[in-house]
Ligand binder design. Structure first.
Ligand code: SF4
Ligand code: SF4
Length: 352
């Protein structure tokens, strides 16, 4: 049993946990947390589960997702056990248990696996276009097709089965009896959290937190709008000036906001940016690269420069493929989806 506990503590540290075994169970963290209450006691309870190596209890718990990582508990912990970072690490570990492919766990634990995956995607994109001897026009055509199939494929074959597994462990396995209609009644919660993340506002009543929340919401909307514009309105091929200008605006929103997020992480301007896991870096940097490369590709099309500088489209396509098949299904992006479903499941269980 002692060995199991030790192994699990070491395992969680690979997902970004700090020295949480230093916790002496004082409860300061739960007392300080604005998001906890008598029904959802955290983070202390989850720290105990982690220290005792109670994997099954952690695997089926929605509570790690109810934390929005303000970091307030970490600053007030008298033992420097960093409970906020532990919550983040537990969420990464949970994702690795939801993911049927096992790739999330490998990527979270081993940064070099990310590097290898990125290199393989570069080889794949360049290799395919070279092997098929594709013209620039064809490469852009297939790039657009890839965007459409990647969205459907990643959601259908990876994210949807993983969400079902999450539901199985966090709802079905608990054998809690509730009315089937709760699934419909709680749907609003799913979309509200997906698009607004409004619970962040209850986390900390500071100006910085409000700005962070606002930027985050703008980024989510900008990202979704960019996705819609490039995939469904064919931004790179469109002659409609409304579509063209709209694409410029939303891609600029994406790279400007993510640039700010990168700077905050470099400066470590708050507790929530003090510890940055490699998966966090890959998320913000790739989102930034995607927004700025899309912007430049469209600009080069409008200035008739793309034909002679086609490397910029290759760059964009490689970033896009890495984003779509690595970061979205197995990296930080998936937090967005799992958290929204966790809020949905939580609401289902709480409807009276
Ligand atoms: S993590 Fe820190 S604040 Fe929380 S119970 Fe343990 S020692 Fe206390
Ligand atoms: S990081 Fe913030 S929201 Fe999460 S448990 Fe700590 S105080 Fe609560």
């Amino acid at each position: 049993m002692a060995k199991t506990k030790l192994n699990f503590a070491e395992e969680l540290k690979k997902y970004g946990a700090e020295d949480f075994e230093a916790c002496y169970n004082c409860g300061n963290c739960s007392a300080i947390c604005n998001l906890t209450n008598k029904d959802d006691s955290f983070p202390r309870e989850l720290i105990r589960f982690s220290v005792l190596g109670l994997k099954q209890e952690l695997k089926g718990s929605i509570k790690p997702w109810l934390c929005y990582y303000c970091g307030e508990c970490s600053t007030k912990c008298p033992r420097q056990a960093f409970p906020g970072e532990l919550m983040m690490a537990i969420r990464r570990w949970q994702i690795s248990t939801y993911d049927w492919t096992g790739l999330s766990g490998i990527l979270y634990k081993k940064t070099f696996a990310y590097i290898i995956a990125f290199i393989l995607t570069i080889a794949m994109v360049l290799g395919i276009s070279e092997y098929l001897n594709l013209t620039h026009e064809k490469i852009m055509h297939y790039g657009h097709l890839f965007e459409m199939f990647a969205i459907g494929g990643v959601f259908t074959f990876i994210l949807l089965p993983n969400i079902i597994r999450m539901w199985y462990w966090s709802i079905y396995k608990h054998n809690i009896k509730f009315n089937f209609m709760h699934y419909f009644k709680a749907l609003g919660e799913l979309f509200t959290h997906m698009f607004t993340q409004k619970r962040t506002l209850s986390c900390e009543d500071t100006q910085e937190n409000k700005i962070w929340w606002f930027e985050h919401m703008i980024l989510v909307l900008g990202y979704l709008a960019l996705l819609f514009t490039t995939v469904f309105l064919d931004w790179f091929g469109s002659k409609n000036m409304i579509v063209v200008y709209f694409g410029y605006i939303v891609s600029a929103v994406v790279f400007i906001v993510t640039f700010d997020f990168v700077i905050r992480r470099i400066r470590k301007s708050s507790e929530k940016t003090t510890f940055t896991h490699p998966s966090d870096w890959f998320f913000v940097i790739w989102l930034f690269l995607m927004g700025i490369s899309a912007f430049v590709v469209r600009l080069f099309i409008d200035l008739n420069l793309l034909e002679n500088s086609f490397f910029i489209y290759y760059f964009h396509l490689i970033v896009l493929v890495q984003w779509a098949i690595i970061i979205v299904p197995f990296g930080k992006w998936s937090h967005f989806l799992y958290r929204s479903f966790a809020m949905y499941f939580d609401k289902i269980l709480k409807i009276k």
